[in-house]
Design a protein around this ligand. Structure first.
Ligand code: ATP
Ligand code: MG
Length: 514
């Protein structure tokens, strides 16, 4: 009997609620003295027959009418329960979610079990009483989840169970979440973007560590390092260090630095915050931007050598290109001019943030710097502890080529591999160029022709490198010869002068002798 009553818990509640409703109607016809006794005993009766507790969770918090995080977590948590137990489901697209979320339909009940305790969830929607015009339609509609359970489980439910629901729900939300690429807005546009200092787009870069053309040993080392970092919460807390890690990726253009950042984001499931330092006005703005980055994010500063020095060659080139394009547009020209105002971000400002207390807020952040010229960087920027790992991405080696051949042509081995191995040892080619040659350009192109194309390109590169070396050698020789010739001419010029001095000297001596 108890079992049956337990199972029909919330339904019993509706029956009792109806009885109470009838009592309330009758109550108003009773004299006041009697009303007191009716109230007292009806509550006792309800307590006796209805030993359940109900908790409600509103969709919007009363402060600032912000969507409640607890409500969202419950919604995600119940989406996994409801698809198996509820008969009426509702499909809806949750903000930032990559797939549709199945939820409980209004007033549909979902049962859950935790440590042998039975619980009932129901989503209750209250329609607005009167139709009113509003810019914010969701504010009129009130929704809440109602949780019902037996009162003897109060401690477990309010403690362990709710913590479990929120944790699970948040994990489901994170798993469903679409990753984003954030780009900082120049501060003069913050007003236009309604105070948003970062703009984002959905990040769907397909790069992974499997597809990255890199020596497998190096790849394994980096992947292990990243995984160790992601599991290092307790370790970092134990050693008293902020949970962050700095990577410096350096190497010539087209060697896969940006591709590796995308692979890192895909591996770790972190959002990418691409910080364009040249548009950051000063250190205060930099601080604002960094404080606004949450945990589980990768903060990227590309071409750090050019970012802190606005005379950097890339920036120069970009400006020149843009100037050519917008020559006749005065408005754009003005904006360009404003934009090209030198950033006042200083190296010390940047270092302060990397090392400073900010880095401990939220934790779990990767900071990645890239550069083509590692030697140009200030040693203060790349010292250990600041940039924990230095990764060199260089010309394509044979092992990296094998990864690319597997990706692009599904080839594990081929008779031409030997030739390619030899040529890669003899000449430098960036992975971007190797990849470009391996990519079939038409339906008629097969693996054989792609490999031959690569061999041809490698031979051309080798030939060009040889010619260049020869030319350099020749110009060096010519320079040396010219130098020698100039020295000789100088000597010859000085010779008659000396002779003259000598003659004069002799004549003087002669004169003296006389
Ligand atoms: N190691 C690599 N493995 C696979 N593809 C690569 C690799 N390196 C470069 N590529 C290919 O070349 C293109 C350019 O690479 P990427 O932008 O990562 O180079 P980068 O090192 O960031 O260059 P830059 O210094 O100019 O920013 C990418 O689209 C990618 O497909
Ligand atoms: Mg790049």
């Amino acid at each position: 009997m108890m079992m049956r009553m337990g199972e029909m818990g919330p339904q019993l509640g509706s029956v009792i609620a109806s009885v109470m409703f009838v009592c309330t109607i009758f109550r108003q016809y009773l004299p006041p003295q009697l009303r007191y006794y009716v109230d007292k005993y009806s509550h006792k009766l309800v307590k006796l027959f209805y030993p359940y507790i109900q908790i409600t969770f509103d969709e919007y918090t009363t402060e600032f009418r912000k969507r409640s995080e607890v409500y969202s977590a419950i919604q995600s948590y119940l989406s996994t329960k409801s698809s198996t137990s509820a008969r009426r489901l509702k499909a809806h697209d949750v903000k930032d979610s990559k797939s549709l979320v199945l939820g409980v339909d209004d007033n549909e009940e979902v049962t859950d079990e935790f440590q042998g305790i039975k619980l009932w969830w129901v989503l209750i929607k209250r329609e607005p009483r009167q139709t009113s015009f509003s810019f914010y339609p969701q504010s009129d509609e009130k929704k809440h989840y109602k949780l019902t359970f037996h009162r003897r489980h109060r401690d477990v439910v309010t403690g362990a169970y709710l913590a479990h629901v929120i944790k699970e729900g948040k994990a489901i939300t994170v798993g469903n979440r679409q990753r984003k690429l954030y780009i900082n807005n120049p501060s003069r546009n913050w007003y236009t973007y309604r105070g948003k200092i970062w703009s984002h787009v959905v990040f769907e870069h397909p790069a992974t560590f499997e597809t990255l053309g890199l020596h497998p040993k190096k790849k394994e080392e980096i992947v292990n390092d990243l995984i160790k970092f992601s599991k290092g919460k307790e370790y970092y807390a134990k050693i008293g260090k902020a949970w962050k890690r700095g990577y410096l990726l350096y190497g010539p253009p087209g060697t896969g630095k940006s591709t590796m950042i995308a692979a890192m984001s895909n591996l770790m499931d972190y959002d990418v915050y691409d910080l364009e330092l040249t548009t950051v006005k000063d250190n205060t703005e930099l601080r604002k931007l960094l404080i606004d980055t949450p945990s589980k994010s990768i903060i990227v500063i590309e071409d750090i050598d050019c970012s802190l020095d606005l005379t950097g060659q890339r920036k120069k080139k970009k400006e020149k290109d843009e100037e050519e394009n917008e020559e006749n547009d005065p408005v754009k020209k003005k904006m360009e001019k404003e934009e090209s105002q030198p950033s006042k971000v200083t190296l010390s400002g940047l270092l302060n943030f990397i090392d400073g207390i900010w880095s401990a807020c939220g934790g779990e952040r990767l900071i990645v710097f890239t550069t083509n010229y590692v030697d140009k960087l200030d040693p203060a920027l790349i010292r250990r502890g600041r940039m924990d790992k230095h990764i060199e991405l260089s010309y394509c080696c044979y092992e990296a080529f094998k990864v690319l051949a597997r990706n692009y042509l599904d080839l594990e081995s081929h008779e031409l591999f030997e030739t390619i191995e030899r040529l890669l040892g003899e000449t430098n080619m960036i992975p971007a160029d190797v990849a470009e040659n391996l990519m079939p350009k038409s339906v008629t192109e097969n693996a054989d022709s792609c490999l031959k194309k690569l061999i041809e390109a490698l031979e051309t590169a080798k030939e060009e490198a040889r010619k260049k070396a020869e030319e350099e050698e020749a110009s060096k020789k010519a320079e040396e010869e010219a130098k020698l010739k100039a020295e000789k001419e100088e000597k010859e010029k000085q010779q008659p002068a000396k002779d003259e001095v000598k003659c004069n000297g002799t004549s003087t001596k002669e004169e003296d002798a006389k």
